[in-house]
Each structure stands twice: as structure tokens, then as C-alpha cells.
Ligand binder design. Structure first.
Ligand code: PLP
Length: 441
């Protein structure tokens, strides 16, 4: 037997020291970082270095859809590791073929080919590349309220602050997508918001010049931007407009895909078919990094006889593929997507709405499946966002009570693993209630 690291306090003390000495963390000034040590996890629970068992209401970067240490996924990775740990992308490999077929099977009919990447950003990078080559046009239109990843074109397509220090890629134009709670269009109903957002998009297209635009790239549910569920007819409308001007439509399912919304793909809850779908996170819950692009047949066939000028050393890496196969099979066998749907409908939806009724500093509760935003405001009438200090206090109060909470600006994002039980979800919401009382909300 090997040394059991989880039992060794000194080693875990070293973990912190080594981290602070040598690890350069993403998205942060480094000096005052104080990262929490994590030892192991199971299901929706994470074990911290200080021995505490924490209920995870974040799924990390909203990626651990199947929960921590799922035995079937561990077994799938182990089996693949014993058979073949690595092989280049030019070879045929059974795990890769199976992973591609299992992923493509969840897309609409007529999506048969998958190009594998290492994560979500490079999935979007290649989705945009395919659209540009397919149309011979340059521009990508995307929302001000979105995140598409932190590589060249993906970060320029992103709408939020993260684009600004990184905006070196050309050919990106932004527009406003529906967000009724803070409507850009002075709308008072979802129908109005939808209609006006579509008219706005069409104007942007006309002013930019339709024959300069390769694709409209949209998250099926804008995630980091606030878990903003688009109105029922929005994507259908975008599809009609893009068809009218021969513009492609790329749907980013990186965060919303593979069960998060209670559907295999979030787009399944809407009545439209895009041309390209990007995915990552939930495809194997990040047990081994992977992402990819699912191409509709016309897009895929464009490259039957001409070269697709994109590639990665680890495209379709066998360990990542083994993890995808095992994850997809386990999610199906254990009805994990159905579980996410039911938890949203019967537990998180009603219980978070009850918190809204009780706490005046909750401005809005919205979401579906295990994908919810609790938007905090200083005042319900003015909708002024709740201050940063109180949002930080909310995270700290959660931590004290054993609940990991994800906060983005003035919102609490409630995004537990899709495997969460009704009891665990209720336990988390009860703690959140206490947290909001403690934070004076
Ligand atoms: N697209 C969306 C919608 C995301 O939420 C993210 C990450 O959060 C990405 C793309 C980028 O994925 P990755 O961080 O795996 O590159």
C-alpha cells in the first residue's frame, strides 16, 4: 500500500507552504492570497486540510457535475491508464471514438463530428475558427454579458471586465442580450425583453454589415454573467435572424451543458438548432481536462477536402476520453440529469424563492436545474447592487457553517453538483438562510 496522504497532517501543512512559495494563481494579485487546502471529496462534499467536511454549493468552476470521486469515473480513468496513457491525435483510438459518439449523441440530429480540445476556451477558439473559415467572414458577435474563456479570441468574445486587459484579438463586436431584471430595453415583461433584444441584435448586424459577420456566439445560459435564463423564444429569434443573413450560430454549452440545467444540453429546452456547439466542464466533470466542438454536418463536411488549420498535441487525450466515456455512462445509468431537473423544480426553486420572501436584500432568484442565481441588492426598489464587503461576509459566514458559496459581483451562484440529494440541497439552503440572517440581509 502507498502512503495515505490524507492522514498526514504535516504533508498537508507542506501543501500550503509549497503553494504559497511556488504556485502562481489565476485571476489574482498574488501577495495576499490565502488558499484553502483541499484533501479529498465525495459526492457533494469536500474535505479541507483542517479536517472539515464542506457542502459544496459551487461545483468549483461549475464543472464537477457528477460530484467528487465518482467510483465509475475513477475506474474508467484507471482502466484507460493501464491500457494506454497517451497517444497523438492522428491515431484512431477506441476511447476517443466512444467519447465522440457519446457526446455527439446528446447534440441535435445532424451533429456527428467532434473536435476535442483541452478545455472550454480552446473549444470556443476552434468554434470561431470553423465559423470564420466556413463563411469566409471575420466578425464574431457576442454578448456583453458572457464569458467564453481566457485565450486569444475567446477572451475578446467575452463581455465582462476580463476582456479589457486582454483584448488583442480583432473582429469582435458585442451586443446586449436579454436580462429583464436589469433591462437595457426598458422592458417590463419577458416577451417585451425578448422582442426588443432581437430587434437590437438585428440592428447591430445591419450596422456592422451582415456580410462581414461569421457567427453569433452565445452561451445557452449566460453563467458567470449571472445565470440569466433567456426568454423562451430568444434563441429561435436569433436563429431566424442569423439564417436571414447567412450568419452561423455557435452555442456555448461549456458551463450549461451536461446536466447543469436539468437537460443534457441547455439548448434542449429551446426550440432551435445552432450550427456549432462548444462544450467542456461537465463532459467529464474535469476529472481530466477536456473540451470540444460539435459540428453540424454542413460545417464538418466543409473540411472533408480542405485542411482544418487547428490542432492540439492533446486533442482527444486518452485519459480525458476514458473519463468522458465513464462519466457519460454513469450519468445515464444513474439518471443524474433527471436528478438535477427534479432538484431544481422541487427543492432549490421553491426553497430559494422562500428565501426571497424572507430576506429583503434578495432582489431576484432565477435559475433551473442546479443552476441558480440569488441576486443581492441594497434596496429592492433601486436595485442597487449589494456592496462587496457584505458579499464577502456572506462567503465567510457560509464557510463558518460548512457551506462553500460562490459569489460573483452582487450574486450568490447556487450551483451544486448534479448528484445532490434533496436532503443535501435543503441542508445547504437552510445554512444559506442562516448566512443571510448573520450578514444582515
Ligand atoms: N465558456 C463558458 C460559458 C464558461 O463558463 C467557461 C469557463 O468558465 C469557458 C467557456 C472557458 O472554459 P475553460 O476555463 O475550461 O477554458
Amino acid at each position: 500500500m502507498g502512503h495515505d496522504l490524507s492522514q498526514d497532517a504535516e504533508i498537508w501543512d507542506d501543501a500550503y507552504k509549497l503553494d504559497r512559495a511556488h504556485v502562481f494563481h489565476s485571476w489574482h494579485a498574488q501577495r495576499n492570497l490565502d488558499p484553502t487546502e483541499v484533501v479529498t471529496g465525495h459526492g457533494v462534499w469536500l474535505k479541507y486540510g483542517d479536517g472539515r467536511e464542506m457542502l459544496d454549493f459551487t461545483s468549483q468552476q461549475v464543472n464537477v457535475n457528477i460530484g467528487y470521486q465518482h467510483p465509475k469515473v475513477i475506474e474508467g480513468i484507471k482502466k484507460q491508464a493501464e491500457l494506454l496513457c497517451t497517444v497523438g491525435p492522428d491515431y484512431a483510438n477506441l476511447a476517443r471514438g466512444r467519447a465522440a459518439s457519446l457526446v455527439a449523441r446528446r447534440a441535435p440530429e445532424g451533429f456527428d463530428k467532434v473536435f476535442f480540445t483541452n478545455a472550454g476556451a480552446d473549444a470556443n477558439e476552434n468554434a470561431m475558427r470553423a465559423a470564420r473559415l466556413f463563411t469566409g467572414r471575420d466578425k464574431i458577435l457576442s454578448s456583453y454579458r458572457c464569458y467564453h474563456g481566457n485565450t486569444g479570441a475567446a477572451i475578446s468574445a467575452t463581455g465582462d471586465w476580463r476582456r479589457k486587459p486582454n483584448d488583442y484579438s480583432r473582429g469582435h463586436v458585442h451586443f446586449f442580450t436579454p436580462y429583464l431584471y436589469r433591462s437595457e430595453f426598458s422592458a417590463t415583461t419577458q416577451e417585451e425583453e425578448c422582442e426588443r433584444a432581437l430587434a437590437h441584435l438585428e440592428h447591430v448586424i445591419q450596422f456592422e454589415g451582415p456580410d462581414t459577420i461569421a457567427a453569433v456566439l452565445l452561451e445557452s445560459v449566460p453563467g458567470t454573467a449571472g445565470i440569466i435564463i433567456p426568454p423562451k423564444d430568444y434563441f429561435k429569434g436569433v436563429r431566424e435572424i442569423t439564417k436571414k443573413y447567412s450568419i452561423l450560430m455557435i452555442t456555448d454549452e461549456v458551463m450549461a451543458g451536461f446536466g447543469r440545467t436539468g437537460f443534457w444540453f441547455a439548448l434542449d429546452d429551446y426550440d432551435y438548432t445552432p450550427d456549432i456547439i462548444s462544450f467542456a466542464k461537465g463532459c467529464n466533470s474535469g476529472y481530466v481536462p477536456a473540451g470540444g466542438v460539435i459540428m453540424s454536418d454542413p460545417v464538418a463536411h466543409r473540411f472533408d477536402d480542405i485542411v482544418f488549420p487547428g490542432g492540439l498535441t492533446y486533442s482527444g487525450h486518452p485519459l480525458a476520453m476514458g473519463a468522458i466515456v465513464a462519466t457519460q455512462e454513469a450519468m445515464e445509468e444513474e439518471h443524474i440529469v433527471d436528478n438535477a431537473y427534479t432538484i431544481g423544480k422541487d427543492v432549490l426553486g421553491p426553497q430559494l424563492t422562500a428565501l426571497y420572501d424572507k430576506h429583503p436584500k434578495i432582489g431576484e432568484v432565477r435559475g433551473k436545474g442546479v443552476f441558480w442565481a440569488v441576486e443581492m441588492v441594497a434596496d429592492r426598489t433601486t436595485k442597487e447592487p449589494l456592496d462587496d464587503a457584505t458579499m464577502k461576509q456572506i462567503v465567510a459566514e457560509g464557510d463558518k457553517r460548512g457551506l462553500i458559496l460562490g459569489v460573483h459581483n452582487n450574486r450568490i451562484h447556487v450551483t451544486p453538483p448534479c448528484v445532490i440529494s434533496a436532503d443535501e440541497a435543503t441542508q445547504g439552503v437552510e445554512i444559506l438562510d442562516q448566512v443571510l440572517i448573520a450578514a444582515g440581509c
